[in-house]
Structures are given as structure tokens and as C-alpha cells.
Write a protein that binds this ligand. Sequence first.
Ligand SMILES: C[S@@+](CC[C@H](N)C(=O)[O-])C[C@H]1O[C@@H](n2cnc3c(N)ncnc32)[C@H](O)[C@@H]1O
Length: 189
Amino acid sequence: MGFWDRRLFGDSRVWVCGQASGDVLEVAIGSGLNLPYYPPGIRLVGVDISPPMLAIARRRAAEHSLQADLREGDAHQLALPDASFDTVVCTFSLCAIPDERQAVAEMTRLLRPGGLLLLADHVAGRSRPVRALQRGLELISVPVGGEHFLRRPLNTARSAGLDIERQERFGPAGIVERLAARKPAHQPR
Ligand SMILES: C[S@@+](CC[C@H](N)C(=O)[O-])C[C@H]1O[C@@H](n2cnc3c(N)ncnc32)[C@H](O)[C@@H]1O
């Protein structure tokens, strides 16, 4: 991740974490690379399906003297109550979670009305040749590593009923995208 952070993802961790507030859930927190970028005063729960990744995240939290509740969990179905977070964060993981729609539906369930979903990921490129290349890559990366290149979390968040407040795309053919999407304060009847 460090390699891609330096070459491709720019200041996405600062961009995402800087908008987090209150009770924060980070889904698929991995080794905790976002931890140093959260503002003081938040209450963080981080989940990941991989115990070894969580062990690294716990070490990183301790190194930075950060309090965080880091626990094992599957993004498709998390044992957490409805509407219990002001912010949900997921960075560079919707590409790796098998059912991104189910994961975003779960993130939406866990957000309080008016809460903010913050996502950053590599996504399907703007140009046809780049998407063709990504399609070719997926022939190997999906069966071997579960890594997807043609997803668009923006559309998934819209389909989940969230309002897109901020969205930025950059990198070659716009293959990196980050967005802030709000859960409506009042659900339409
Ligand atoms: C590429 S890493 C990104 C980690 C971190 N979010 C970051 O920004 O550095 C993808 C992470 O997704 C986790 N993951 C994959 N499928 C998952 C699932 N179904 N539920 C929870 N975590 C999952 C992996 O264990 C891994 O830690």
C-alpha cells in the first residue's frame, strides 16, 4: 500500500480522515494506515476480516498512542447496531470486498441519519482502452487475489440512497476516486 500511496493515491488518506468526526467506523481497516490522519477527539471502531492485518493495526495504534477499538468483522455483515456512527470510512478496500453493494448497504445501515460515508479507491478508468486493460487485469486479479479494477463506488453509494456531497477523480484516466456521501437526515417515504 505504501508504494501506491506515494505513486497514485496522493493525499487521499488526509482528505478522507480529515472529514471524519464523532463516532467513526473504519471498514476493512487493514494495517491501520489511516490511523495517524484522524483528527483528535473522534471515537474509532475499526474492523477487518484478517486477524494478521488487525495485529499490525493494533501495533500502529499503540505507536501513535491512539485509542481505537479494533476488531474482526466481515464488511458484508457487521455485528454492530443500526445507526450507531456519525462517519463510516472505507479506503482502498471496496476493490477487495467480494460484494461491494452489500458492503455499502451495511455501511449505510450503520450510519446515523445525516452521517457521512467517506470512500477512496481505485476505480474503472474514464477511457475505453484503460477499461479494456483493467478488464484484462481482472481476468487474473479476481480469481487469484479477489482484486477488482472496474468498480465505481460512486454509483454504489448513489444506489444505496446516499447524497454525494464531494467527489474527486485523478490519476491516469481518473482511476483514483474519493467521495463524501451523506445519508439523508429524513428517509423519503
Ligand atoms: C488493500 S487492503 C486496504 C486496507 C486499508 N483500508 C488501507 O486503506 O490501507 C484491503 C483490506 O480489506 C480487507 N477485507 C477484504 N475483504 C473483507 C471483508 N469481507 N470484510 C472486512 N475486511 C475485508 C482485507 O483484509 C484488507 O485488510
